[in-house]
Write a new protein. Structure first.
Length: 457
């Protein structure tokens, strides 16, 4: 494994190369090949960044941190709309499309320059046996000394998780073991799939076309409204940053899916016949759909898979789940024009039904992860078994005592948990109790079992 930082660095370098070739293209084949190169680099980043963020964030702030990533994704969408609108006035000059493509290089350069100075994931460092570095990162993230009980609790929990597992591979994602790797990989994969089959990219990619062809607006006004739609999309995305920890992952996913279903149903009704009033209503509900999506699903599918998968397979499982995002993105983008040409407004009915079906799926199968450390999620899945566990995990997540409070304060010391006692017995049987305890504590020192500092990672 390359590590989280190095993977992102390499992915960004690949994106720069791909974007440069795209911008310099003089044939369709060259453009497609370059786009594949750029997509490969972007895939490395999109599958790694949420994992890295989740592994370096405190439990009570993790959702907010990853939601900021979602907002920045939409900032890029908004920026592209306005750049495309501005450079459309230069048509038929090739600069009208070469500059917008090349502009992504600027943002990738920022990543390449800044990422070497950021901390590596402490969980990945422990997985690689670099415990001292991991403790230093934990201390830096929490601004606490190594002997602080919160640092000890975090370190021991991470260390025990690593002790219980071997380094994972892609094949481990499909194992039906105590950690329920297959179950958790499926949850991550379907979560990413839900985002795309909601129909968001009908609007993201085809907003100007919908405004012009389905609603009857002029070409310029359609492009302008598409840019304004992207701007509203970005503004709405900030709602999730301030509500993700208050209402939880399940709350926002359910809210978003229900609102999206309603919006698609209204769009079906307003585009089924042509009139000025229905056209205005349809335009409004394109904005409304974006708002529900931005709050419920935009950043969620980058956060939730990283939270729900165990450390052993977190990197490969998130890579697999990310393929769902791009596969179904491609499918929706390719199918949508055909659907509009053949069934017209009924296309919105299809997406309304899909969004409505997402609601019960989330309610019955997706456990709440808000306020839980990543190690606590492992414990929750350890507490269920068999096929029935797919349903039981939601109840267990709701009722299992929390280790950290709403502000990250330590409520239950890790040493007092059944998981810590089980890990201690495993270490004792493996290397002998005295040596095991010494090896387990030597990197963090010995402190009291109390403490309420803000250090839940």
């Amino acid at each position: 494994m390359l590590g989280r930082k190095r993977t992102i660095f390499i992915g960004s370098c690949i994106m720069i190369v791909g974007a440069a070739i795209q911008a310099a293209s003089f044939s369709l084949g060259q453009l497609i090949a370059a786009r594949l190169i750029t997509g490969f680099g972007n895939g490395m980043n999109t599958s790694t960044v949420p994992t890295w963020q989740s592994e370096t964030s405190k439990a009570h702030r993790r959702g907010q941190m990853v939601m900021i990533e979602g907002s920045l994704i939409v900032f890029g969408v908004m920026l592209s709309y306005w750049i495309d609108l501005g450079f459309s006035f230069l048509e038929p000059s090739t600069i009208s499309w070469r500059f917008p493509i090349a502009f992504q290089i600027v943002l990738a350069i920022f990543i390449v320059v800044l990422i070497p100075g950021l901390p590596e994931s402490p969980r990945w460092l422990i997985l690689k046996g670099r415990d001292e570095e991991a403790v230093r990162v934990l201390c830096a993230l929490s601004e606490l000394p190594p002997e602080d009980p919160n640092i000890q609790a975090d370190y021991k929990a991470m260390k025990d998780v690593v002790f219980e597992m071997e380094k994972g591979s892609f094949s481990d994602c499909f194992k039906r073991n105590k950690s329920r790797n297959l179950h958790r990989t499926i949850l991550a994969y379907v979560n990413q799939m839900f985002q795309q089959i909601s129909g968001i990219n009908i609007i993201t990619y085809y907003a100007a076309t919908i405004f012009e062809n389905n609603i009857g607006l002029s070409g310029f006004l359609s492009r302008l409204l598409a840019a304004l739609n992207g701007t509203e999309y970005f503004i709405a995305s900030w709602v999730a940053i301030f509500t993700i920890e208050k209402f939880g992952r399940r709350g926002l996913m359910l809210f978003g899916a229900a609102g999206q279903a309603m919006s698609m149903a209204v769009l079906a009704g307003t585009t089924s016949h042509v009139s000025t009033a229905s056209g205005i209503a349809a335009a409004v509900f394109l904005f409304v759909f974006n708002s529900f999506f931005a709050i419920g699903w935009l950043g969620m599918t980058w956060l939730y898979p990283a939270e729900i998968t165990p450390l052993q397979i977190r990197a490969p499982a998130n890579a697999i789940s990310t393929t769902a995002n791009w596969i179904f993105n491609f499918m929706v983008v390719m199918v949508t024009p055909v659907a509009f040409a053949n069934i017209q407004w009924k296309t919105y009915v299809v997406f309304a039904c899909i969004n409505a079906a997402i609601v019960p799926c989330v309610y019955f199968f997706y456990p709440e992860t808000a306020g839980r450390s990543l190690e606590e999620m492992d414990e929750i899945f350890h507490d269920v078994s068999g096929a029935k566990g797919a349903f039981d995990v939601v109840h267990v997540a709701r009722t299992k005592p929390r280790r950290y409070g709403k502000k990250g304060e330590l409520l239950i010391n890790y040493d007092d948990t059944p998981e810590a006692q089980h890990a201690a017995r495993r270490r004792s049987s493996a290397v002998g109790a005295p040596d095991a305890e010494k090896a387990h504590a030597e990197h963090v020192g010995h402190g009291s079992n109390g403490g309420t500092n803000d250090s839940a990672v």
